[in-house]
Design a protein around this ligand. Structure first.
Ligand SMILES: Nc1ncnc2c1ncn2[C@@H]1O[C@H](COP(=O)(O)OP(=O)(O)O)[C@@H](O)[C@H]1O
Ligand SMILES: [Mg+2]
Length: 374
């Protein structure tokens, strides 16, 4: 797995259980996953020579993020390396412009969109919509970095910001959504696929903070439609591994695709404790062309809340407190230094009383961040 973040870290226990040796290419020995795998390879994921040397010791190459340059992936494939998902599929998770145009040609419902080359084109797109616009750098964004909301009162210098990076900018209608959903599926090279229950995900400042599985009150028609969209995209793009489809449920009850990720996704972390087979295990099974495991939930509801760093200089007392207060809460810690707003772990609670699960999971997150002290 290329990338030493928390996704690679959480793949390791699944690899252990499957009897698979997980090798990780990380940028440094202190990275989240480098701490937990045997003999991490410390190298530059943007250097083709480093990727080639790493791939030589692997049966199959997969990723914990989207940041490996597409040309390097193509070069590795030309060398005969098994890259999963393949470069042609992965491009749709790396470039939001490519993703929009492909999904549109497949007839998949998306927000109205266009690629813009400067503030003038943003203004004319906004005029044609008669509403607010969301600008996104087509490449390199994550956790809301690379996303700007433009309203009629947005200052000109903010509208100009996305164009500074020198990559094409995607403009979309600002969707009036009731909530955000995510449909996670896993697909293997021979086309076997499984779909996880559709979840609700809550973002604050562009960062996922909470996931509820399954999405409360989602009609079975929309749930099936979301899974069908994700399975259709996985098959049309020939995705191998986990595919997460981020969706908007509009106020008038339609689904629109926001974006794609082709790796284990934050909206699937609940599956470690809440599903028969975690997304991490199914990602490994898929990229290794093994039979997939059941994605079925173990409890009526599972709530996952991300632990974001706050202003507490030492979180260890808080860490002990959340475990002592609620022994049924599952605590996952990523081994990362604490900085305000940084994802440092997550907790899950599962059972049947949704309000109780939510309040217990949020208590832990608020306590770790230092927002409450009892
Ligand atoms: N067209 C849109 N309309 C309304 N909100 C949006 C739109 N696009 C993105 N957002 C909000 O911004 C968040 C981050 O955007 P996204 O494209 O998923 O970027 P990232 O790659 O940072 O996750 C979304 O989860 C959603 O909350
Ligand atoms: Mg997103």
């Amino acid at each position: 797995m290329v990338g030493g973040g928390q996704l690679a870290r959480m793949t390791q226990p699944a690899a252990v259980a499957l009897g698979v040796r997980l090798k990780v290419l990380a940028a440094g020995p202190d990275e989240s996953a480098a701490q937990v795998v045997h003999d991490p390879v410390i190298a530059d994921e943007k250097a083709l020579a480093d990727l080639r040397a790493f791939a030589a010791g692997c049966d199959v190459l997969t990723f914990d993020h989207e940041h490996v340059p597409p040309a390097h992936l193509e070069a590795l494939e030309a060398d005969g390396v098994l890259v999963r998902p393949g470069s042609a599929a992965l491009l749709h998770a790396q470039d939001k412009g490519v993703m929009r145009s492909r999904l549109t040609s497949l007839g998949i419902p998306c927000p109205r969109w266009t690629v813009v080359s400067g503030p003038d084109e943003v203004a004319s797109f906004a005029a044609s919509l008669g509403g607010d616009v969301v600008l996104k750098t087509t490449r390199g964004g994550y956790d809301g970095k690379g996303v700007w909301l433009v309203t009629s009162s947005t200052p000109a210098e903010v509208v100009a910001e996305p164009f500074r990076a020198g990559v094409p900018v995607l403009a979309e209608e600002r969707v009036d959504y009731a909530r955000e959903l995510s449909a996670v599926v896993a697909r293997s090279p021979h086309g076997q696929a499984v779909a996880y229950p559709v979840v609700e995900s809550v973002q604050r400042d562009g960062i996922c903070v909470e996931v509820v599985a399954p999405a409360p009150g989602l009609s079975s028609d929309l749930a099936v439609e979301a899974q069908r969209l994700a399975l259709t995209i996985a098959s049309a793009l020939d995705v191998v591994g986990v595919l997460a489809v981020e969706l908007f449920e509009t106020v008038d009850g339609r689904l629109l695709v926001n974006e794609l990720a082709m790796r284990p996704h934050n909206s699937g972390h609940w599956s470690i404790d809440g599903a028969v087979t975690s997304q991490f295990e199914n990602h490994l099974r898929a990229v290794l062309n093994l039979p997939l495991g059941s994605p079925v939930a173990r409890a009526p509801y599972t709530v996952m809340v991300n632990l974001l760093g706050g202003d507490l200089p030492d979180v260890y007392p808080a860490y002990r407190h959340v475990m002592a207060r609620d022994p049924e809460l599952k605590v996952h810690w990523y081994g990362k230094g604490v900085r305000p707003g940084r994802k440092v772990g997550h907790v899950t609670a599962y059972g049947s009383d949704l309000a109780d699960l939510r309040s217990r999971a949020w208590h832990a997150a608020d306590y770790i961040r230092g927002d409450i002290d009892e």
